[in-house]
Design a protein around this ligand. Structure first.
Ligand code: AMP
Length: 406
């Protein structure tokens, strides 16, 4: 599908890339001055109208990579869904819709997010209100289609975001059905952190001669992270964690545990000791999950204790630390967990606690990471009774837009 070239009179720039003046204004407001590697490589290909198969995970700037050419090309005067972006989780749905709305703020293009776990009315109103871009989880999208509330016959762009994750949770059949309801003459791009056979099969069926864009995201992410490993017995884990949390440099933290029960217990224990923490796991309602993420992003909370539901996709700007209070069950999960920090050019610290009995897992993990990492002593703290620096929560927040120089 060929797209109209940018008109000279409306051109702005984004580093080496030309962009429309309305996108240029949005990018300035968002604090993005230079494209990230995936943006620099995918945007020109997408502008040529070609399909794309990109190996890139959240944190590389892929939302703007597909978002910029899409918003530039959508006709704001046509009140029909022209682009559909399928994502695996509700949280990612909100995040992607938010980023696209900010990109579209000056172009008259409207974005609607549709996901399960909440009522449909607002989402239906968004669709009826003339949104052109729909970001959705496959289940809710199909539900709206089945009720005759969502038509996809005007779709010109389809994006499969975190395709591997969507297939992991069994979304292949709905994805294929949803794409089957869109016109064949569409541009399709697929983004995935990994490219197993199932994802390649989906790409073969749903894209046409895709241009492959491979960013080595895990490598890039991991390199920006200072990874530390600390041996500690189970009974001492909480105290060790508190020693870190007492340090004002631990500004925003994500604490991973393996089970829902442990997440709740740790969140409760930390709250009792005076720390401002929230809990995130699959058993919490959608409203609770959204509130806790908002509170973390706004700095009301210092830390979020979570299961691996938060290990992938979530983008919490300014997240300084990831703590693995339980070892992750696979090296891949480890990479995804720690990838929540050190995002988009920032640096981050990941601390993994392990017991003496977990030596084998640790060795396997280190082999996977291809090199020995340092074992660091915990910073001196007060043994985890109360935060010694409650005022640190009032300290000015680091810049929340764009890359932060350190
Ligand atoms: P994503 O991979 O789309 O989830 O983006 C990860 C993070 O990078 C988000 O917080 C974006 O706001 C940020 N980001 C994306 N593109 C840029 C850019 N060109 N410059 C600075 N930050 C960016």
């Amino acid at each position: 599908m060929n797209q109209a070239p940018l008109r000279q009179d409306e051109a702005g720039t984004f580093g080496p890339l030309p962009v429309t003046s309305s996108i240029a204004r949005s990018l300035r407001a968002m604090g993005y001055s230079q494209p990230t590697p995936v943006q620099e490589r995918a945007i020109p290909v997408l502008r040529e109208g070609k399909d794309v198969l990109a190996q890139a995970q959240t944190g590389t700037g892929k939302t703007a990579a597909f978002g910029i050419p899409l918003i530039e090309t959508i006709d704001p005067a046509q009140r029909a869904i022209q682009a559909i972006i399928l994502v695996p989780t509700r949280e990612l749905c909100i995040q992607v819709a938010d980023e696209l709305s900010r990109l579209a703020a000056n172009s008259g293009v409207r974005v609607v997010a549709v996901y399960g776990g909440v009522g449909m009315n607002r989402q239906i109103a968004g669709i009826r209100g003339g949104a052109q871009v729909l970001v959705g989880t496959p289940g809710r999208v199909e539900d709206l289609m089945a009720r005759g509330l969502l038509r996809l016959n005007a779709v010109r762009f389809a994006v499969l975001d975190e395709a591997d994750r969507m297939l992991d949770v069994g979304f292949l059949p709905p994805i294929e059905r949803i794409l089957g309801a869109t016109p064949r003459e569409r541009q399709t791009s697929l983004y995935s952190a990994t490219l197993p056979d199932e994802v390649l099969g989906l790409a073969r069926r749903q894209t046409r001669d895709p241009v492959t864009v491979a960013i080595n995201p895990e490598q890039a992410t991991v390199e920006a992270i200072d990874q530390r490993f600390q041996q500690v017995e189970n009974a001492d884990k909480l105290g060790a964690l508190c020693s870190y949390l007492d340090d004002p440099s631990v500004y925003l933290a994500l604490i991973f545990r393996r089970t829902t029960h442990r997440v709740d217990r740790t969140a409760r224990d930390l709250s009792r000791r005076g720390y401002k923490v929230g809990a995130l796991h699959g058993r919490r309602s959608q409203q609770q999950r959204e509130r806790v993420l908002r509170d973390l992003k706004s700095g009301k909370l210092q830390a979020l204790v979570a299961t691996d539901i938060a290990a992938r996709g979530l983008d919490i700007e300014g997240l300084t630390h990831v703590f693995n209070l339980d070892m992750p069950d696979t090296p891949e999960t480890y990479v995804h967990r720690i990838g929540r920090t050190g995002r988009a050019g920032e640096t981050g610290i990941a601390v993994t606690f392990h017991t003496a009995e977990e030596d084998k897992e640790l060795l396997a993990l280190k082999r996977h990471l291809n090199g020995e990492k340092r074992t660091q002593p915990a910073p001196k703290g007060n043994g985890g009774r109360r935060p010694r620096h409650p005022q640190s929560r009032q300290s000015p927040r680091p810049s929340r837009t764009g890359f932060r120089a350190r």
